[in-house]
Design a protein around this ligand. Structure first.
Ligand SMILES: C=CC1=C(C)c2cc3[nH]c(cc4nc(cc5[nH]c(cc1n2)c(C)c5CCC(=O)O)C(CCC(=O)O)=C4C)c(C)c3C=C
Ligand SMILES: [Fe+2]
Ligand SMILES: [Fe+2]
Length: 344
């Protein structure tokens, strides 16, 4: 008997392939600013062992018994102040970033965004991309500085989702870009543009990064070093520009959480110390955030102003993150094109 090729069953499902996906991933945000939505979000976020590195058996009773009964109310007040009719600024800006780079990469590339915690989830978006035929996917964690609590947890979740797929796409990840020339130049140009628009010339510029427990540094997390390298490279580009002549640069860490020792100097303590020692004009930039969020719009812009002014400061401004600025989108486009090399 001669060999016959095996015939496919008539009901073989149609399979789509040949498309490339790009998924921008940022931290996440509640679905609404109300305490219930914030509680749901914090429960998911703060249950991640990459974020709180305390054994589950010790941490879960504290989280469920104390934190989730107190923090949602306080955080909800902060979210209420920054919420817009387009929802959470973090999700809104990340969606706009995806939209802005989508057109440039060609018809065969689908660009979308996901939130590591909350929605749209990585699971949902990976499902949608593969259903649209993306058999190659580039994941872009929107964190310039590598940190286990942010960058690594995106990888963990992508791996978990792929673990449930029969036909997995080929995957690439955008590496941390804390010292990438495209990022440093975009930051320097955008900060210069914004400084030129201020009504005052600052004496001090704080470069404020999100904090981390200090012990993560001892455990080998490169986050602290990445932040300091970004700060040095941006400062080196800025201090030779006329609009920054005489400006003193300081690097600080914000958003302390819980009783453990966090990276120092703390942004809030520094704002108070600057006001008390006679600094009158101060600006803050937050280069570690790819998009404005509750930490920049509320903690820095609102709480930070009060702290500085109550301590004796006068003029205060928080500059926008790269968001969808021309420099920011050009930088994302450059990095994503580079990481898609050979695919497009
Ligand atoms: C940019 C990098 C970030 C690191 C590093 C990071 C570490 C980290 N964060 C918490 C706890 C909270 N963070 C919260 C908000 C928040 N954090 C980041 C980024 C990093 N976090 C962003 C972009 C945001 C804003 C989200 C938004 O919806 O706008 C919050 C929630 C707000 C609040 O209650 O204050 C918490 C809590 C820990 C414990 C941690 C490191 C271990
Ligand atoms: Fe955070
Ligand atoms: Fe905060």
């Amino acid at each position: 008997m001669t060999w016959q090729p095996q015939r496919l069953p008539n009901d073989h499902p149609p399979v789509k392939s040949g498309t490339i996906g790009v998924l921008l991933v940022n931290l996440g945000t509640p679905d609404g600013p109300d305490p219930k939505s914030v509680k749901k979000y914090l429960k998911q976020f703060l249950s991640d062992p990459r974020v709180i590195e305390i054994p589950k058996i010790a941490w879960q009773p504290i989280l469920r018994g104390i934190i989730l009964n107190t923090r949602p109310k306080k955080s909800s007040e902060a979210y209420t102040k920054i919420w817009t009719d387009r929802g959470s600024p973090l999700a809104d800006i990340t969606a706009s970033q995806a939209e802005a780079i989508a057109g440039d990469l060609g018809e065969n590339v689908i660009v979308d965004y996901a939130m590591r915690y909350g929605s749209p989830s990585i699971e949902q978006r990976l499902g949608e991309l593969t259903a649209k035929g993306c058999d190659r996917i580039l994941i872009a964690p929107m964190y310039p500085q590598y940190c286990a609590a942010t960058t690594a947890t995106v990888f963990d979740e992508v791996a978990r989702v792929l673990g449930e797929m029969r036909w997995q796409p080929a995957l690439r990840f955008v590496p941390p870009y804390h010292d990438d020339e495209a990022y440093i130049t975009a930051l320097a140009d955008d900060l210069s543009r914004q400084i030129a628009m201020l009504s005052f010339k600052p004496e001090v510029m704080l470069l404020s990064f999100h904090g981390m427990p200090e012990r993560t540094l001892e455990k080998g997390d490169p986050y602290h070093c990445h932040c300091h390298k970004t700060a040095r490279l941006v400062r080196e580009q800025l201090e030779v520009r006329p609009e920054f002549s005489g400006v003193r640069f300081e690097t600080t860490f914000q958003s302390r959480f819980g009783p453990a020792q966090w990276l120092e100097p703390a942004t809030d303590d520094t704002l108070i110390a600057e006001g008390e020692k006679g600094t009158k004009r101060l600006v803050v930039a937050a280069p570690g955030f790819a998009a404005d969020c509750v930490e920049t719009l509320e903690e820095l812009a609102l709480e930070g102003r009060d702290e500085f002014v109550e301590a004796g400061g006068e003029d205060y401004a928080v500059l926008d993150c790269l968001n969808v600025s021309q420099s920011g989108i050009q930088m994302l486009d450059t990095m994503i094109r580079r990481e898609l090399s050979g695919w497009i």
